[in-house]
Ligand binder design. Sequence first.
Ligand code: SF4
Ligand code: SF4
Length: 319
Amino acid sequence: MAKLKLALYWAASCGGCDIATLAIGEKILKLAEAADIVFWPVAMDFKYSDVEKIPDKSIDACLFNGAIQNSEGEHIAQLLRAKSKILIAYGSCSYEGCIPGLANFFNRQMIFDRVYIETQSTDNPEKVYPQSKVLVPEGELEIPDFYDTVKTLAQTVDVDYFVPGCPPEEKTTWLALETLIEGKLPPKGAVISHSVKAVCDECPRIKKEKKVKKFYRPYEIIPDPEICLLEQGLLCYGPATRGGCGAPCPQANMPCTGCYGPVEGVVDQGAHFLTALASVIDSDDPTEIQRIINDIVDPAGTFYRYSLPDSLLRRARIK
Ligand code: SF4
Ligand code: SF4
């Protein structure tokens, strides 16, 4: 049987998803039997021009990680869409925008001011900002245009499947690869994960009636190792997050932060978590409710940590 031709790419991301693909351990031998890697710039020296030359749809599948934050990411997304039979948004940045997507609380100028002028370690008295094109004696140099708004891969090109996680757990990565190798493809648009239910469904912590009088940040308390973290006032995103990861974070005494995205059928993960939180606050008194929710530091960044570009909000409106 002919081997699959596989491509991997990163746009706006941290590199964790590329490392996560290697977390499949010895299964990499099975992958090597079944597939050849034809493009993976983070690991090997490929040129974009090599990809431009190959016929359309000649790559069987592309695992694309990273959000779209500049013109280079957008160009390569379009190129890999044209060259790939199957395009997979691999990992939270590509699927929902994730941490790079928090840039949507600001705009390009605010980000440039912060990075190139205001940070304590920056020495830039002439206020030099990056330019997309610069003339030098040797000719014109060009770097990608940085966008005002971060987009998901699916807001940029047509996407066939989504793999959740920041980064995807090893078993989720292998599920996606096995699906490709065996050709047992789910319906277009599916999220490839072991669960359509919430993280709470696979979390072994004891759940009773949740009544919260105060929210804490993880460093403020040592939680009981058996009881649901949300019942103890920690902002655990488990009720609003797709399972399939195996709930490693709550089992390690850390609240789930929501990296596997929304549960099946939910459009806006942040709004879903807000609803879950509203139902556990133990008071009818508006003043006390206000005091309790005032404990939540950076609510927008907390509720939309992974999903701002993919949410109903998409970005902040900046005057
Ligand atoms: S809220 Fe968190 S700790 Fe509680 S059951 Fe759900 S995942 Fe587990
Ligand atoms: S428990 Fe939550 S934060 Fe941890 S891996 Fe699962 S979805 Fe991600």
